[in-house]
Design a protein around this ligand. Structure first.
Ligand SMILES: *Cc1c(COP(=O)(O)O)cnc(C)c1O
Length: 423
């Protein structure tokens, strides 16, 4: 790691000279812009390979990555054990469809149930697909027990649940409810923290409440534990299915396997995706006994779901997350947050563990900080007005210091340029 970091220093210096991006990056970017649908605002850099915390561009530019591909590369880039398990499985058997049994899928499901206390697992390919499955299972439970017309799912304002039509509808942000209508019926929204408002919203048509414990895309906003307990109590009282979307918070991100553990919460359904596969596409719906019961043969499916190669990778991720691994996540989070709090222009920090939101004093735009960090060889994210950090969970104390150093440089420069009254 030490060697890599120092290598990075020289590579960074090289990038900073800006002697012109050589042909390879230019070619990759130009071709992509010409042929790939422009649904993303990409950073103007191409990445070619990676190792641990570092990603490398075609010309050898190195970047310390505090994004982990939006919380996906939980073991960093190309972890050796993970890469070996994946390639070994690819050489053995890459896909069978769900008409046959394969071992990696069942092994992963067993581990997830043991770790979380849930009863059954459905595998899909993404967060949105996991949430779709969760919504279906909740509606099926309600149908089986109460009949037709009890199908409304309550979600939170400022939530994010995915990009399919149903999960877009579930997403409680007006900006997402344009152009692609008609949107589905059966979703209503409530403001996080307002338990009275939620009580008023629940009626004989309500079947489920779906929420993120930390709203990720919504700006890294953690829910209040008392509110979460009140929601659980309300769900118990009215027999509503409580769905917790742990697509971003789950699989070690907050220092516990599920973020639910911080809230001492037992949901009826939990969805996982981002960090679970260590970089390969996977989504999982974890169901308790009562919600699993009605989901029999034919009720749901996914061609690629439970794919053995993807599950072989996910098994390595879950196996790695023992006590000492999770302790490192918590310790690095404490170190990172203490360091961030001391940086210039930082107003406050949000989130739990290694899901970090940073609010700046007025005038400093998170997007500008992101761009300046990239110039200095550090990759970060934004979420609404905040800077967002989702580093690989394998980071070391040295990686944290390195990132803090770059952020300090960037923010010190910005402080000097900022008008005095804003500081
Ligand atoms: C990213 C995310 C999703 C969507 O996941 P995809 O894999 O992009 O479909 C859903 N919910 C939450 C909380 C997320 O962070």
């Amino acid at each position: 790691m030490g060697k890599l970091a120092s290598e990075c220093e020289t590579e960074r210096a090289r990038t900073l000279t800006k002697e012109g991006i050589s042909m390879d990056s230019e070619k990759v970017i130009k071709r992509d812009n010409e042929y790939v649908l422009h649904t993303y605002n990409r950073n103007p850099i191409a990445l070619e390979k990676g190792h641990g915390l570092y990603a490398e561009g075609p010309e050898g530019q190195k970047y310390l990555d505090f994004t982990s591909g939006i919380g996906v590369n939980s073991l960093g880039y190309c972890d050796l054990t993970w890469a070996e398990a994946v390639s070994e499985q690819a050489h053995k058997l890459q896909h069978t469809s769900n008409l046959y049994y394969t071992a990696p899928c069942g092994k992963l499901a067993k581990k997830l149930c043991k770790r979380t206390g849930m009863n059954k697992v459905f595998f899909g390919n993404s967060g949105a697909e996991a949430n779709e499955g969760a919504i279906k299972a909740a509606r099926k439970y309600s149908f089986d027990h109460y009949g037709k017309g009890r199908d409304v799912v309550i979600t939170l304002v400022n939530s994010f649940h995915g990009r399919t039509i149903a999960t877009l509808t579930a997403t409680g942000q007006e900006v997402f409810h344009n152009y692609f209508g008609p949107f589905n019926e059966g979703f209503v929204y409530t403001t996080a923290g307002d338990i009275e408002g939620l009580r008023e919203l629940v009626d004989r048509h309500t079947c489920a409440i779906m929420l993120e414990l930390i709203q990720g895309e919504g700006g890294v906003m953690a829910l209040d534990p008392e509110y979460v307990q009140a929601v659980r109590a309300l769900c118990d009282e009215k027999d509503l299915v409580l769905i917790v979307d742990e697509v971003q918070t789950g699989v070690g991100r907050t220092g516990t396997f599920l973020c639910c553990e911080h809230y001492n919460l037992k949901p009826d359904i939990v969805t996982l995706a981002k960090g679970l596969g260590g970089g390969l596409p996977i989504g999982a719906v974890l169901l308790n006994e009562k919600t699993a019961e009605g989901m029999g043969p034919g009720s749901h499916g996914s061609t690629f779901g439970g794919n053995p190669v993807v599950c072989a990778g996910a098994n390595v991720v879950v196996d790695r997350m023992d006590q000492s691994f999770l302790a490192n996540v918590s310790e690095r989070a404490v170190q990172l947050r203490a360091g961030l709090a001391k940086l210039p222009m930082v107003k406050n920090l949000s989130g739990i563990g290694l899901m970090v939101g940073i609010e700046f004093f007025g005038g400093i735009q998170a997007a500008d900080v992101l761009a300046a960090c990239r110039e200095k060889g550090l990759l970060v994210l934004t979420a609404k007005s905040r800077l967002r950090l989702l580093p690989p969970l394998t980071l070391t104390a040295h990686d944290v210091e390195k990132a803090l150093g770059i952020l300090n440089e960037v923010l010190t420069e910005m402080e000097q340029k900022a008008p005095k009254e804003q500081a």
